[in-house]
Design a protein around this ligand. Structure first.
Ligand code: XLS
Ligand code: NI
Ligand code: NI
Length: 445
């Protein structure tokens, strides 16, 4: 194990490289399930899970909410200038990534570098920080899973970015997308994400929805063409979310975005980045939206978090629910993995969690939850009767008339003839409880 990357000063003193100690350990700062090099099937846990830490919640969010300011005093926020603070934040971030032992990170342009209204100044800030990040990546071996642009915080984007009714704002949004694409290419980012922050509407009264959606497609097409022209070979990812901050967000869920991408001929270059809490906000389960994306051949990456059963907003909590992680990993394993995507912890510690080690505890919990989900999902698929049971449920389509139906060889009138001959079909139980029991049985092993 290489020594943790530590910059000019240490931001998490007293915490070393997080070890794997196994499920009997009570050491809060140790992994109980995540053992990076352990093989699950053909791949190691690290290769399956491809964990990433996000820059924004972990190093940029001191805990503010609509009712009050931040509760955490980050030592990297003490510097005298915006650039000095960004440099300190970068060192703290790389120290954290290496101590935790994750292979990837993700950022927005203005998490990494200070924002500026002046275009040239904004670009200079980002280039400066990208050069430093490149050095940190080389020194630590940590890689960029994806980059993105924040087109939702600045007040100019209050009515949207690419879907803004004012062309001047649409053009200004291009400044950030262009720069963030360049930063991603420079840092060898394996994906690029578009979360349509304020792409949606607050009221349909003043909104020309079709026109805004056409603008959105035009903008994404331009971004794709520019990305490809500067050598970006990875996946472009759209991250669906149904609401918040807007009343209605255009990238509502997997099904909506799949239709949009197909309609505009973007499905070859774009895939989806599915966030658990966004799926649940849209009235689905996490597993549902993953499955829809995967069925379209569009599941590219995951923002791993969870919502809260009582709160109706995006609470972005760390994933701890093993049922959820088993379900997610079943979808991922069935499609043969996530690469070049990964599992990015788009999650934040609670406002009341104010110690430096809380950030470690949160990530350790999330990584262990997904490692256990991986183990159980793999065992269910490889060793349990699950797949056989499910296949048997559809066996009537594997031969005879059922197979002819699937292959398009029968007409509606043919089906009527068959039904008239065979009489009333026998009832066949769905046996849901059998599967539910199997999950618990394997979880407890
Ligand atoms: C916010 C989104 C955001 C994206 C990146 O709800 O999840 O964090 O992942 O812009
Ligand atoms: Ni979210
Ligand atoms: Ni996200």
């Amino acid at each position: 194990m290489s020594a943790p990357f530590i910059g000019k000063r240490e931001y998490f003193p007293g915490i070393g490289r997080i070890p794997f100690e196994g499920r009997e350990s009570d050491n809060p700062l140790a992994f109980k399930h995540y053992e990076a090099d352990r093989k699950i099937g053909e791949k190691t846990m690290a290769e399956h899970l491809r964990f990433a830490v996000c820059y924004w919640h972990s190093f940029g969010n001191a805990g503010h909410d609509p009712f009050g300011p931040g509760t955490r005093n980050y030592p990297w926020d003490a510097g005298s200038s915006p650039i000095a603070r960004a440099e300190a934040k970068l060192d703290a971030a790389f120290e954290f990534f290496t101590k935790l032992g994750v292979p990837y990170y993700c950022f927005h342009d203005i998490d990494l570098a200070p924002d500026a209204d002046d275009v040239i100044e904004y670009e200079k800030h980002l280039q400066h920080m990208v050069a430093l990040a490149k050095m940190r990546q080389q020194a630590s071996g940590i890689k960029l899973l994806w980059g993105t642009a924040n087109l939702f915080s600045h007040p100019r984007y209050m009515n949207g970015a690419a879907t803004n009714p004012d062309f001047a704002v649409v053009a200004r949004a291009a400044v950030q997308i262009k720069a963030a694409l360049e930063a991603t290419v420079e840092l060898g980012g394996e994906n690029y994400v578009f979360w349509g922050g304020r792409e949606g509407y607050a009221s349909l009264h003043n909104t020309h929805m079709k026109r805004e959606l056409d603008h959105f497609a035009r903008f994404l097409t331009m971004a794709r063409d520019y990305g490809r022209s500067i050598g970006f070979k990875g996946n472009l990812l759209i991250e669906p979310k149904p609401m918040e901050p807007m009343k209605h967000q255009y990238d509502f869920d997997s099904a909506t975005v799949a239709g949009f991408l197909h309609k505009h001929g973007l499905d070859k270059d774009f895939k989806l980045n599915i966030e658990a809490n966004h799926a649940t906000l849209s009235g689905h389960t996490f597993e549902h939206d993953l499955q829809v994306a995967s069925d379209h051949g569009l599941l590219g990456s995951i923002d791993a978090n969870r919502g809260n059963a009582q709160n109706g907003w995006d609470t972005d909590q760390f994933p701890t629910d093993l049922y959820d992680t088993v379900g997610a990993m079943m979808v991922v394993l069935r499609q043969g993995g996530l690469a070049p995507g990964g599992l990015n912890f788009d999650a934040k510690v609670r406002r009341e969690s104010t110690d430096a080690d809380d950030l470690f505890l949160a990530h350790i919990g999330g990584m262990d939850a997904f490692a256990r989900g991986l183990e159980v999902a793999h065992a269910l698929l490889a060793r349990s009767p699950w797949e056989t049971w499910r296949a048997e449920r559809y066996a009537s389509f594997d031969k005879g008339a059922g197979k002819d139906f699937e292959q398009g060889k029968l007409s509606l009138a043919d089906l009527r003839e068959l039904a008239a001959q065979q009489g009333e079909p026998a009832k066949r139980s769905g046996k849901q409880e059998r599967y539910e029991n199997l999950i618990n049985q394997y979880l407890m092993r």
